[in-house]
Design a protein around this ligand. Structure first.
Ligand code: CO8
Length: 258
């Protein structure tokens, strides 16, 4: 499928979705997020893809939801058609590993979609924030919830109530970001991580993601029990036999993703 506002590239088992509205700092409009949702649906169905990277450009991952598209919105049409739910939430529903590669601005909805990914690798030029309060609104696609879980209540309150930006170093120290690398190394670093992930057993990757995510909605005891059941379930896969036998035979595993 031809896309207008994103670029989709594949390299072996890794696919990269690049948000591509540079003049608007990749502001998230419905068309672009519809394309992201479509691309993710195709990549999820494609057994040849094991990991996805979501990125922007050097100046902006995304500077938020498109304010010009939102300005005339009204409650009833937002409620009835919920333009945010279907498209943006395709990222949080995506079942294969997805990494956000963030350089420049990740603000408002941009920060929120980065947080929907499994983890964020940022360049040292990245800036994160939830500045919606400056527009008379609040985060609307999970920012208040995911940010508080990632960085704790105090910093989430600080960021959301003041609308200030947080640099890459503060984001890493507060737990929002997994790694920070020099801007010129960002895509190589993320590609290396994505290739490594895509080379693992796909059922194990998907179950791992599901178990960690589920833990946020469960007690510790329930989470541990769920982890144990899912660990046991992986002994139904050929990949478990291959992975363990490869270790014993001192060779690299060749996972068949089943
Ligand atoms: N929406 C629409 N256009 C934008 C946005 C945006 N969020 N951000 C930047 N742009 C446009 C500007 O209007 C400008 O366009 P033009 O050249 O036509 O005037 C162009 O991008 C470049 O922007 P600036 O000239 O402002 O660039 P600067 O380098 O001076 O400033 C900033 C960069 C600081 C990032 C600044 O652009 C800015 O503050 N942007 C808005 C950030 C913001 O408030 N984001 C939150 C938006 S609300 C939100 O995300 C709600 C999420 C919940 C709902 C999810 C639904 C999708």
């Amino acid at each position: 499928m031809a896309y207008e506002l994103i670029e989709l590239d594949t390299d072996g088992r890794v696919a990269t979705i690049r948000l591509n509205r540079p003049k608007a700092l990749n502001a998230l409009n419905s068309e672009m997020m519809g394309e992201v949702a479509q691309a993710l649906a195709d990549l999820e169905a494609d057994d040849g893809i094991g990991c996805v990277i979501l990125t922007g450009n050097e100046k902006a991952f995304a500077a938020g939801a498109d304010i010009k598209e939102m300005v005339d919105g009204d409650y009833l049409s937002n409620y009835k058609h919920d333009p945010f739910e279907a498209n943006h939430c395709a990222i949080e529903r995506f079942r294969k590993p997805i990494i956000a590669a963030v350089s420049g601005y990740a603000l408002g909805g941009g920060c929120e979609i980065a947080m929907m990914c499994d983890f964020i690798i940022a360049s040292d030029t990245a800036k994160f924030g939830q500045p919606e309060i400056n527009l008379g609104v609040i985060p609307g696609i999970g920012g208040t919830q995911r940010l508080a879980r990632a960085v704790g209540k105090a910093k989430a309150m600080d960021l959301c109530l003041t609308g200030r930006m947080m640099d890459a170093s503060e984001a890493e120290h507060s737990g929002l970001v997994a790694r920070v690398v020099p801007v010129d190394d960002l895509m190589d670093t993320v590609n290396d991580a994505a290739k490594k992930i895509a080379g693992h057993s796909q059922p194990a990757n998907m179950i791992l993601k599901e178990v960690i995510e589920a833990g946020y909605e469960m007690s510790l005891r329930e989470g541990i029990r769920f982890e144990r059941r899912m660990f046991q379930s992986l002994f139904t896969t050929e990949d478990q036999k291959e992975g363990m036998n490869a270790f014993i035979e001192k060779r690299k595993p060749h996972f068949k993703n089943r």
